[in-house]
Design a protein. Structure first.
Length: 226
């Protein structure tokens, strides 16, 4: 894939606002295009070579822009990674918040299952619409602490925290037993990530939405209130 081709479902959310030029003007459009080119190049090289190995020089060559241009748009490699993950993080935050609100309004087991079912469908669409970004997340999320991985580790932590919040909300509504929300969250997030890793390696587990729904049902059966 050339640096001019967009990865399916990928669209960077962060475009620097310093010296943007007139809205909709040529200068602003050029900045948008160069930023997107750098994000696409970074995503491709990070997936191929890893965050630690891919360099700014390689990214700028891949994107067809000067190294000086890179530092006009991003302070460092970590900022580029953050830009790549920003859309996914925002979508995840919104999906988790909608599910949390639905659980707060749930008054029985059926409503709880429905809330999680909608979440599973939403996340599946989001994940497979940004498959390459998700693959990079799975590739790097368990890597050692490094400034370049800061955005990925933040997303990982937020996923677990959001999952803890969902279990806590369900417990507060009396819909699940008094179990550790952290244990439940880590187990579910870990299981979903393991299934996604297998899927991206070509190991067919079934329809992603149905498999995720089955996992949620399995967990809810184990922790539902008596």
């Amino acid at each position: 894939m050339s640096s001019e081709e967009k990865s399916p479902g990928f669209e960077p959310a962060i475009v620097p606002t310093l010296r943007p030029g007139k809205a909709g003007g040529v200068r602003a459009k050029n900045r948008q295009e160069r930023t997107e080119a750098l994000c696409r190049a970074g995503l491709r090289l990070f997936r191929e070579r890893g965050l630690a190995q891919a360099t700014v020089d390689e990214i700028t060559r891949e994107a067809g822009v000067s190294k000086g241009s890179f530092y006009r748009y991003f302070t460092d490699k970590a900022a580029l990674v953050a830009a790549i993950f920003a859309p996914l993080e925002q979508q995840m935050d919104e999906a988790m918040e909608r599910c949390r609100q639905a659980i707060h309004a749930a008054d029985d087991d059926e409503a709880l299952r429905a809330a999680y079912g909608v979440l599973a469908q939403t996340l599946a669409v989001m994940i497979f619409g940004s498959a390459e970004v998700v693959e990079l997340y799975l590739q790097e999320s368990r890597g050692a602490d490094d400034p370049a991985r800061a955005a990925i580790h933040r997303l990982s932590d937020k996923l677990t925290e959001a999952a803890v919040g969902l279990t806590t909300a369900a417990h507060d509504r009396g819909l699940v037993r008094d179990v550790s929300p952290v244990v439940t969250a880590v187990a579910v997030v870990g299981a979903v990530e393991a299934m996604l890793s297998r899927h991206f390696r070509g190991q067919v587990l079934g329809d992603p939405v149905e498999v995720t729904a089955e996992l949620i049902q399995l967990v809810l059966e184990g922790i539902r209130a008596e």
